[in-house]
Write a protein that binds this ligand. Structure first.
Ligand code: DCP
Ligand code: CA
Ligand code: CA
Length: 366
């Protein structure tokens, strides 16, 4: 049976999240920036919306240069809030995971997925699933994404790249060759500037050129393993499987409050189910955590967080509750408005053996 692999990538992710939060931004060039703090504008652009990209701004560009390009264009310069994008990302990943056979997140805004078993290799069925995933993300998060479907990871990823922004590219097994052959080899995952030069020296410019090259010609220049991968990729035959993320690095839960408040007790009470959920996830996966993070999304939709890290790993519902309450107590004193949504995250996992007992926690040895 033919494999059905998908790749999903959210469009101009951080900037799009900012647009969702403040729809007036959609009309303007937007850059999301990491300020290093050395001087007022030192730092780089994390990403830009398409209006800003049309004016020549891109990820990694110094903020100073981006501002020059956007001068007089009514651009919005926004400070990156990683936490905020993480929260949106986790919600989307959870949603997509329910709609596919296997999900392998590969970054904050992208993942591979496998639909072979559920579709029986039928690409029309897979297309319907991909459309449902896109609709669901649009409906729930108001975000657009790009999706590629194909017989291998390389083909799926090339498909989502080509579908940007907002599209769906289905490359069936029958159309794989015609899809791949005209592409530049530089589009293939793993082909950087150096490899591209080597390939060019061998007269290889397109993926089609590569696919018809004798492997012995590549082995010497690129090493046998890499050459074998490149040849397989060029034919759409790279066979790396989609691997489920078996080792979660965090569990989190966010809830919307019944009414906006910053009163720690009230917040805590409404978080009780969320805390139980997180604790159940910990117990069932045999994980202990070192870090607890309280997350508050305020009425202006900005995100504030507070974390506590233990020296030794813990896995205990009482500790989790006490710590969460303490963190919201602290958080409520530093915010200037009420919370609309609140959440918690546990991270810094180890397996359950070497955890701190409750008594050690309550009577710490200093
Ligand atoms: N990112 C970053 N610094 C970079 C590249 C990316 O901080 N040099 C962050 C911001 C992006 C996010 O990672 O929003 C996802 O990266 P992508 O490469 O997928 O780029 P975008 O999602 O921004 O744009 P595209 O629509 O081209 O996917
Ligand atoms: Ca993206
Ligand atoms: Ca990406």
């Amino acid at each position: 049976m033919e494999r059905v692999i998908g790749h999903i990538d959210l469009d101009y992710f951080y900037a799009q999240v900012e647009e969702v939060e403040n729809s007036s931004l959609k009309e303007r060039p937007v850059i999301v920036c990491v300020f290093s703090g050395r001087t007022e504008d030192s730092g780089v652009v994390s990403t830009a919306n398409y209006r800003a990209r049309e004016l020549g701004v891109h990820s990694g560009m110094p903020i100073v240069l981006a501002k020059k390009k956007l001068d007089g264009k009514n651009a919005a310069v926004i400070r990156m809030e990683h936490e905020k994008y993480e929260i949106v990302s986790s919600r989307i990943m959870e949603d997509v995971a329910q709609k596919v056979d296997i999900l392998e997140p590969t970054g904050i805004d992208e993942a591979f997925f496998d639909l072979t078993a559920s579709t029986g290799g039928d690409y029309a069925k897979a297309q319907t699933t991909a459309e449902k995933i896109k609709e669901s993300i649009l409906k729930n998060e108001h975000l657009t994404c790009s999706v590629g479907l194909g017989r291998s990871k390389v083909v799926a990823k090339l498909g989502s790249d080509m579908a940007k922004p907002g599209g769906l590219k289905v490359v069936t097994p029958e159309t794989t060759k015609a899809f791949l052959n005209p592409l530049s080899v530089t589009k293939l995952y793993g082909v950087g500037p150096k490899t591209a030069v080597t390939l060019a020296e061998l007269g290889i410019k397109t993926v089609g050129d590569l696919a018809t090259t004798d492997s012995s010609a590549l082995d010497d220049r690129l090493g046998r393993k890499f050459a074998a991968y490149l040849l397989a990729a060029a034919k759409g035959e790279d066979d790396d499987p989609v691997r489920a993320d078996l080792e979660p690095t965090q569990f989190s839960r966010i809830v919307t409050l019944k009414r906006d408040t910053r009163e720690p007790r009230e917040v805590f009470e409404q978080m009780a189910d969320g805390i139980d959920y997180v604790h159940t996830k910990l117990t069932s996966s045999g994980k202990s955590f070192r870090t607890v993070t309280a997350i508050g999304i305020l009425t202006d939709l900005s995100t504030k967080t507070k974390s506590k890290t233990f020296e030794t790993p813990v896995n205990n519902a009482t500790i989790l509750r006490e710590t969460t309450l303490g963190l919201f107590d602290e958080l409520s004193t530093v915010v200037d408005r009420d919370f609309r949504r609140v959440g918690l995250r546990v991270s810094g996992f180890t397996s359950v053996e070497d955890q701190t007992s409750l008594s050690e926690f309550l009577n710490p040895v200093r």
